[in-house]
Each structure stands twice: as structure tokens, then as C-alpha cells.
Design a protein around this ligand. Structure first.
Ligand SMILES: NC(=O)C1=CN([C@@H]2O[C@H](COP(=O)(O)OP(=O)(O)OC[C@H]3O[C@@H](n4cnc5c(N)ncnc54)[C@H](O)[C@@H]3O)[C@@H](O)[C@H]2O)[C@@H](O)CC1
Ligand SMILES: Nc1ncnc2c1ncn2[C@@H]1O[C@H](COP(=O)(O)OP(=O)(O)O)[C@@H](O)[C@H]1O
Ligand SMILES: [K+]
Length: 492
């Protein structure tokens, strides 16, 4: 997993590196400036005339370093410092002094249209309040700029912890971020303002005791899924899935297909009796059909003994039978349980039962389902997604997968994973059902619950990117995600 940090955490790491490790601040800054300078060259930005906009903090000081390196490199460069001298950090004062000695061009006013590239070094992780006044006017004047914009560390105006826009923000083509990716660059809207994101090592060290539990999933996680040549369908795991209702067969089909395509050994689907004929097209799945006459507790007990992992929700509808099945599972399960879709709608009011559940539970709500379950509006979640997801996971005692363009997965112990892959083509009916199936399939093959949730989300998103490359984002269907997930696993 790749470490992600908030703004406060990044500042703590800067302080640790400078004070404990005794690495001079100006050395870090020089490395930061060099990384931006090299990236500007490597990315082929038009550098015939560059303007560097600086604030008064160390982000601005980085900007002055970049201006010096550009000037020394023979690129015509102007620097405009918007910050007031009384607010300059000592590093900023030093960089201005060095810059003067090197003869860089400081300007007081500028016309953006004279430049081919603008470097945004107004605010970095130190942005603490809404942007107003001259800063705001300057940022707004960049909206019609025709050239390229490079953001230093983070686009100015983006909150490093939440990705929120504080009043206004610079829309960059390229962001070079130092040390670790900031959460605000991973979450929307910040992610959209960053443009292409490059992480650059500048020598920031992380102490072994560092308490950040924030990560992004990487390809490495998929490698934990190992097929054993001497395995059998029992050892690859048995999944019991309560899915589908009279009107909805597709959700059960998609989830079930995803379970088996991800490598699980056996699948049994519990579904209403009327659906039996529909499953003729899915011979690989076993069925446990039920109706009003069925002894549901017996059915649940029997299958809990048989299965390794259990899922409930895709297409089950809101009925007293589906509600009873959910209650029975919550009461009796001692194995991993994934609850999705209608299962989440039925969960409202059963929080005590959920907290008392003996098996590890994974909830996979999209934001509408999350809002209905918790009473926290989508708008409020978006203001502070990491904190709210972590807090809700802890309160409910579950692994919580909040599905969105940037899905967050939190454990009740406060570990959170941000998914950085996927695309808007995945916003298509049945896509969430596929995710449920993939997570179940990974659980069945022995991944630990949090690992299975993170890896499942990552696999689903990578499948989304592969499906989009083949079919296009508009045309891809949830079923394409299942085939694509198989192909991603095949590549391993
Ligand atoms: N030696 C170091 O500490 C290093 C710092 N680095 C750079 O330093 C940056 C962080 O520097 P700072 O902590 O000085 O913070 P910033 O440079 O991001 O900005 C902080 C300054 O802006 C002011 N401010 C915050 N919000 C404002 C608003 N809305 N309107 C007006 N003023 C506002 C603050 O009061 C403070 O004076 C990083 O993002 C990175 O670019 C890098 O060079 C790596 C090394
Ligand atoms: N813009 C987007 N970018 C990336 N992933 C997305 C985007 N929109 C939706 N998704 C993903 O698609 C899936 C949709 O799930 P869900 O809303 O439950 O669909 P359904 O209920 O139709 O099965 C989630 O995994 C979500 O993260
Ligand atoms: K910046």
C-alpha cells in the first residue's frame, strides 16, 4: 500500500526530518525545487516565458527556488510575490536573498497572457482558511490563461486533508507533490484540480512510530492472492450469497458471476423460488430457494455451516423475508459477512444487532445508501470524507466501504484506504453488485476482511479502467467489469 498523508501529517514529517534528523530545511527546499524544475522539462511544458507566483510561506520559498533554477537554466522567468514581507518565513527571506544574488527577475505586476507557463507557489499544505483579496483575484485571473500551470506540492486553494476548495483554487495541468501524496490530491474536487500528479522524493523521513493509517491500494495487494496448484474447490472457498428477488434477478447474477470469476471455489445463492428458472443460465451456481413456507432459520443455519463467507443484499428487495434473512445472518454468523444494496437499506434500525454480530462485517454503501443508513447527508460526507468514514466504521464496528468516484475503505481500528483507480464508466447499473461479488470471492480465498475489501475495490476499479479502454466509458456495462477483473487477475 502507498502511504497517503494529510496536511498536518506532512508538516509533522517536515519538522521530524528537519529537527530530529537534522536535515537543513533549505536542503529539502532545494530538492523540492529541483524536482519541479526537472518535471517541467520532462513533461515538455512550454518554457519560453515562465511566471512564478509566490505566497509568503515555504510554498512560496519553493517557488523562488524554482525561479532561480529556471533562470539559471536559461529560461526567461519572472517571479511575483503576493505575500506580505511581514509574513515571510525565514526560508522565504533566505530564498529571496539568494534569488537576488543570482539576478532573478522580481516583478510587482504582470499580465498573465505574456507567459507560456505559470508556476503556482502561492499556498501549499499550510493553507488554513478561505482565500480572499488579491490572492483570490490572482487565482481567478488564471481561469482564462491559455498556457500550462504547474502546482507546487498542491494546487493553491485545495485543502490538503479533504480536497475541498477553500474559496477558489488553481486548476493545474501538472502537480508535483513532495514526499507523500496528500489526501486532498486523492479526493475530489482536489484530484480534478491537480491535473497530472507526480510524487517526488525530496528526502522527507517517516519515523517508525508514525501514526498515519491512510493508504492507497496498489497492484502489490493483488499479489497476495495466490492460487495453489494442489487446491480444490473447497480450499478456494465457499460463498453463500443471499441475492435477487422476484423483480430482480440481474443483481444476483452479476454478484455471483463476480464471486466465481475472482477465483472462489463454490457459490450457493439463496433467492426466491420464482427465480429458479432464471438461474438456468448460471449452471455454476448452486441454489437455495425460499418462499413464505420456508423455514428460514434452518436454511440460514445450514448454509452458515457450509460456507466460508456470506453476502447479502444485491437485489433482495425490501420484504419481510429479506429482512428476516438479514436478521438471522446478523444473529448467527461467525464468519465474514458482506452487506450491500437492499441489505443496507434493511439495516437501518438494526445497528445494535450489527454491533453485536460475531463475524467481521463489511458494509458497501454508495453515498445514497450511506446517507440513508447513518443520517449523514452526502454533502456533509463530502466536506470531510476520511474523518466521517473512519468515525462511522468505528461507531458501527464494521469495515466500511463508502463507494464514490474515490471510494474510501475504513476499518473500525482507524485504518483507511483511498482508491485512486477507476472511472465514471463504472457509474452504471450493477457495478456495485460486481464489487460485492469480488470482495466475497477474495474473502473466500483467504484474504483478511480489510485486505479483501481494499483489494476488491482496487480490482474492481482496475477492471473498470480496462473495460473503459476496450468499450469506452459510456458503453461499458457492469458485466464487462467481471470479464475485465478476470483479465487483471490473469496478468498477475
Ligand atoms: N523545509 C520545509 O519545511 C519544506 C517545506 N516545503 C514546502 O512548504 C510548504 C508548506 O509551507 P508553509 O507551512 O510555510 O505553508 P504555505 O506556504 O502553504 O502557506 C502558509 C502561509 O500562508 C498563510 N495562509 C494560509 N491560508 C491563507 C489564506 N487563505 N489566505 C492568506 N494567507 C493564508 C499562513 O498564515 C502562512 O503564512 C509545502 O507545501 C511545501 O511546498 C517543501 O519545500 C519541502 C520542505
Ligand atoms: N465517477 C466514478 N469514478 C470511479 N468509480 C465510480 C464512479 N462512479 C461510480 N463508481 C464506482 O461504481 C460502483 C457503483 O456502485 P453502485 O452505486 O452500488 O452501483 P449499483 O447499485 O448499480 O450496483 C462503485 O464501486 C463506485 O465506486
Ligand atoms: K501551490
Amino acid at each position: 500500500m502507498e502511504q497517503i498523508v494529510t496536511g498536518e501529517q506532512m508538516k509533522a514529517l517536515d519538522v521530524y526530518t528537519i529537527e530530529q534528523m537534522q536535515m537543513p530545511s533549505l536542503v529539502l527546499m532545494e530538492r523540492a525545487g529541483l524536482q519541479v524544475f526537472w518535471s517541467m522539462q520532462k513533461e515538455g511544458l512550454p518554457l519560453s516565458k515562465v511566471l512564478v507566483l509566490c505566497g509568503s510561506g515555504n510554498n512560496g520559498a519553493d517557488g523562488v527556488v524554482i525561479a532561480r533554477l529556471l533562470t539559471l537554466g536559461g529560461y526567461q522567468t519572472d517571479v511575483c510575490i503576493l505575500g506580505k514581507p511581514e509574513h515571510f518565513t525565514k526560508e522565504m527571506e533566505k530564498q529571496i536573498e539568494i534569488g537576488r544574488n543570482y539576478g532573478i527577475s522580481f516583478v510587482k505586476t504582470f499580465c498573465v497572457h505574456e507567459y507560456t507557463t505559470i508556476v503556482d507557489a502561492l499556498f501549499g499544505v499550510g493553507l488554513s482558511r478561505e482565500i480572499k483579496g488579491t490572492y483570490r483575484e490572482t487565482i481567478e485571473s488564471l481561469e482564462h490563461f491559455q498556457g500550462k500551470i504547474v502546482a507546487v506540492d498542491i494546487p493553491s486553494g485545495i485543502h490538503a486533508g479533504t480536497g475541498a476548495v477553500l474559496g477558489c483554487a488553481v486548476r493545474a495541468d501538472l502537480t508535483v507533490t513532495f514526499g507523500y501524496k496528500k489526501a486532498g490530491l486523492c479526493l475530489y474536487p482536489g484530484a480534478a484540480y491537480a491535473g497530472k500528479l507526480i510524487s517526488a522524493d525530496v528526502g522527507i523521513l517517516m519515523p517508525p512510530s508514525f501514526g498515519s493509517g491512510l493508504f492507497a491500494c496498489t497492484r502489490e495487494e493483488l499479489k497476495t492472492l495466490v492460487r495453489k496448484p494442489d487446491g480444490n474447490k473447497g480450499s478456494f472457498g465457499k460463498v453463500f450469497l443471499v441475492a435477487g428477488s422476484r423483480e430482480i434477478f440481474g443483481a444476483a447474477y452479476l454478484s455471483g458471476q463476480a464471486v466465481l470469476r475472482s477465483g472462489a471455489g463454490m457459490l450457493k445463492i439463496a433467492t426466491p423460488k420464482e427465480n429458479r428458472e432464471m438461474f438456468a443460465c448460471f449452471p455454476e451456481a448452486m441454489l437455495a430457494v425460499y418462499d413464505e413456507e420456508t423455514a428460514l432459520e434452518e436454511l440460514v443455519r445450514e448454509n452458515l455451516d457450509w460456507a466460508d463467507v456470506i453476502g447479502i443484499g444485491p437485489g433482495i428487495g425490501i420484504s419481510h423475508l429479506s429482512e428476516r434473512l438479514l436478521e438471522l445472518l446478523l444473529k448467527l454468523v461467525k464468519k465474514p459477512l458482506v452487506i450491500d444494496a437492499d441489505g443496507l437499506r434493511l439495516l437501518k434500525g438494526k445497528e445494535a444487532l450489527l454491533r453485536a454480530c460475531k463475524g467481521p462485517v463489511i458494509l458497501t454503501p454508495h453515498l445514497g445508501e450511506f446517507a440513508a443508513l447513518t443520517g449523514i447527508s452526502i454533502a456533509r460526507w463530502k466536506e470531510n470524507p476520511i474523518e466521517i468514514t473512519e468515525k462511522t466504521a468505528e461507531e458501527l464496528g464494521v469495515i466500511l466501504v463508502c463507494k464514490d468516484a474515490r471510494t474510501l475503505i475504513s476499518s473500525k481500528e482507524g485504518k483507511t484506504c483511498i482508491n485512486l483507480c477507476g472511472n465514471d464508466g463504472m457509474a452504471t447499473a450493477g457495478s456495485g453488485d460486481v464489487l460485492t461479488g469480488l470482495i466475497l470471492g477474495l474473502l473466500a480465498q483467504g484474504l483478511l476482511p480489510f485486505q479483501a475489501a481494499c483489494t476488491g475495490v482496487y480490482l474492481h476499479a482496475r477492471a473498470g479502467d480496462l473495460a473503459a479502454s476496450k468499450k469506452g466509458r459510456a458503453a461499458m456495462l457492469a458485466g464487462d467489469l467481471i470479464d475485465a477483473a478476470g483479465e487483471i487477475l490473469k496478468e498477475l
